[in-house]
Write a protein that binds this ligand. Structure first.
Ligand code: DHB
Ligand code: FE
Length: 289
């Protein structure tokens, strides 16, 4: 049986990827951001998963605005870093896990969640920046990410977007799917995006530290309450792109306590402003089963 041993939550700011790729992590602006991820990189080394199920959003990169799936599961054997306008990031390709991805698709779709099956897709900063933050920079030539990754893309770009409640319940279904996979894999589930940010319009640059931190408290200690946050609250309080936070609820819904198991252990919590236009939030929770 495969098991979800931990969940990881992190913002996925593109400028963080650029800072890593251009060797700027030691600059005073960036230092505090990367310092917040130092314990996480050590934790990744000590708690290396066999597979990462990585929830992120595509930013009109692989899916143009012509066709936008609400939930899309990457079932390919590999995924190339996307060209988002400045050439692809110099990071390794992402190796998938087609067998586990197909199993999850089968189980979750039979559980009444409509997923789009994706057999070819490039992955943008939403996926590669969290990998760089937690796994460190890897050479695109002879480097590799530490394990296979199943990309799971959520539409938070084009309205209407899925509710936090639906994402949370989808997390439960993903847990059930992973636990019915007949191989003893150690799986991490990651939720990425957020925290408060708005990239356009009159409120561009909006950051709401107080709301972000109250939401983090709920995510950790009372996830049902976090899942009940109405969509409009994210937009009002955390800005138009703050809605990316619903993706964290997929990872949280897959944790053991949501299924009646023991509470997770909080391994790490970090919050920092600013990073580009975004408040950076980061949490690691370990399951105790
Ligand atoms: C920024 C943040 C994002 O999450 C994103 O997807 C794009 C841009 C930003 O801070 O600029
Ligand atoms: Fe984003």
């Amino acid at each position: 049986m495969a098991r979800i041993t931990a969940s990881v939550y992190t913002s996925h700011v593109p400028a963080i990827g650029a800072a890593l790729d251009l060797g700027k992590t030691g600059e005073p602006y960036w230092q505090p951001v990367f310092k917040g991820y130092e314990p996480s990189r050590q934790w990744m080394k000590d708690n290396r998963p066999d597979v990462i199920f990585l929830v992120y959003n595509d930013h009109a990169t692989a899916f143009s605005l012509e066709m936008i799936p609400t939930f899309a599961i990457g079932c390919a054997a590999e995924f190339q870093p996307a060209d988002e306008g400045w050439g692809p990031r110099p990071v390794p390709k992402v190796i998938g896990h087609p067998d586990l991805a197909a199993h999850i698709a089968q189980s979750v779709i039979q559980d009444d969640f409509d997923l789009t099956i994706v057999n070819k897709m490039d992955v943008d900063h939403g996926l590669t920046v969290p990998l760089s933050l937690l796994c460190g920079q890897q050479s695109p030539v002879d480097g590799a990410w530490p394990c296979p990754v199943i990309p799971f893309a959520v539409n938070v770009v084009q309205y209407p977007v899925p509710s936090g409640r639906r994402c949370f319940n989808l997390g439960r279904a993903i847990r059930k799917a992973i636990e019915s996979y007949d191989e003893p894999l150690n799986v991490h589930i990651w939720g990425t995006g957020g925290m408060s940010h708005q990239l356009q319009g009159a409120r561009a640059g909006l950051i709401n530290r107080e709301w972000d931190n109250a939401w983090l408290d709920q995510l950790i200690h009372d996830p049902e309450a976090a899942a009940a946050t109405p969509h409009i609250d994210y937009v009002r309080e955390a800005g138009s792109e703050g809605i990316e936070l619903v993706m964290w609820l997929i990872a949280r819904g897959a944790m053991a306590d949501v299924a009646g198991g023991p509470k997770p252990t909080l391994r790490h919590r970090f919050y920092h402003v600013p990073a580009s236009n975004t408040a950076v939030g980061h949490v690691i929770l370990e399951n105790n089963v």
